[in-house]
Design a protein around this ligand. Structure first.
Ligand SMILES: [Zn+2]
Length: 297
């Protein structure tokens, strides 16, 4: 059970040198400390950046496992069930969850922009070609179809992409497909996320709390909250970082870059951008001086 007695949901943050990959499973060993992921709005962005093994390890060193085995718990009886962190997160599943979060954050950005053509093209560009046999074992093996690889709870599935919607005039292909998919992925990935009453032991009263079976459910909850502002909140709730292009949840309207890691204030992408700009400016100044020099002679 990972709720602090004041109702705040907490998760295990390992010590960095205890994170290892063994047989393609990311593992951590105790001891650990606790932190409050629902107070770290940079988490969806931090996960969306992960696309290889070393980055996954660095993520776990900072924020803990996504909690693969926790998703096997009965969400109603979390007090009595036991999460087994030593079982670790399968690397392929971890990367599929990261790319699914990135996919949905990008869909939300595209929906904010309200450009249906661009949305359709982008969805199509994200699809991979897979044998139709995956869906229909009797299909000939050379037939291939476009599909998206998406993480649903502990599973990684292929979802067939078809430009045919239901026969109804109000069905707007790209937009309705995207909205249904976001709802589906958020629902299935937050299955165990719920409100609970918590016994605040030292104050002898009950307080409301939110709880999840695993860190990944808390991250999907934050993604879902951002999606609820669609279609037209006055300000975009998700932006693309101007340095690396990764989507992030906007917590300050001036924000242009990926946020810091939640434990320090600075944005690495912001710092990288400023450093490059100042190098460019210096170079431009040098070029200008170089050009002016002959004229002054
Ligand atoms: Zn960035």
């Amino acid at each position: 059970m990972t709720i602090a007695e004041d109702g705040r949901w907490q998760w295990m943050q390992p010590f960095p040198d205890t994170v290892k990959i063994e047989a393609d499973i990311i593992k951590v060993t105790p001891p650990w400390q606790f932190y409050y992921p629902l107070e770290v709005p940079s988490l969806p962005n931090a996960l969306a950046k992960i696309d290889h093994k070393e980055a996954a390890v660095a993520f776990v060193q900072k924020y803990g496992l996504l909690g693969y085995s926790g998703l096997g718990q009965d969400p109603i009886h979390l007090e009595t069930s036991k999460y087994r962190p030593y079982e670790g997160d399968p690397l392929s599943w971890f990367l599929a969850q990261a790319s699914t979060v990135r996919f949905v954050l990008n869909l939300i950005v595209m929906l904010q922009n309200n450009d249906e053509r661009a949305l359709n093209d982008w969805i199509m560009a994200q699809a991979v070609s897979i044998p139709f046999k995956v869906f229909d074992p009797s299909a000939p093996k050379e037939v291939r179809i476009p599909a998206h690889v998406l993480a649903e709870g502990q599973e990684v599935v292929h979802m067939h992409y078809s430009e045919e919607g239901p026969p109804c005039e109000t069905y707007n292909f790209g937009i309705d497909w995207a909205l249904s998919l976001i709802a589906f992925l958020v629902n299935v990935n937050t299955y165990g996320f719920r409100r609970r009453l918590v016994h605040y032991y030292t104050k002898k009263r009950l307080v409301p709390g939110l709880s999840a079976r695993a860190l990944i459910e808390a991250i999907w909850y934050m993604v879902g909250q951002a999606a609820l502002s669609l279609p037209k909140s006055k300000l975009p709730v998700i932006r693309l970082c101007e340095e690396c292009g990764t989507p992030f949840l906007v917590t300050d309207r001036r924000q242009r870059f990926c946020p810091g890691d939640g434990f320090s204030r600075g944005s690495l992408c912001g710092a990288r951008y400023r450093m490059r700009r100042s190098r460019q400016n210096r170079q431009e100044r040098r070029n200008r001086n170089g050009q002016e020099a002959p004229r002054s002679r």
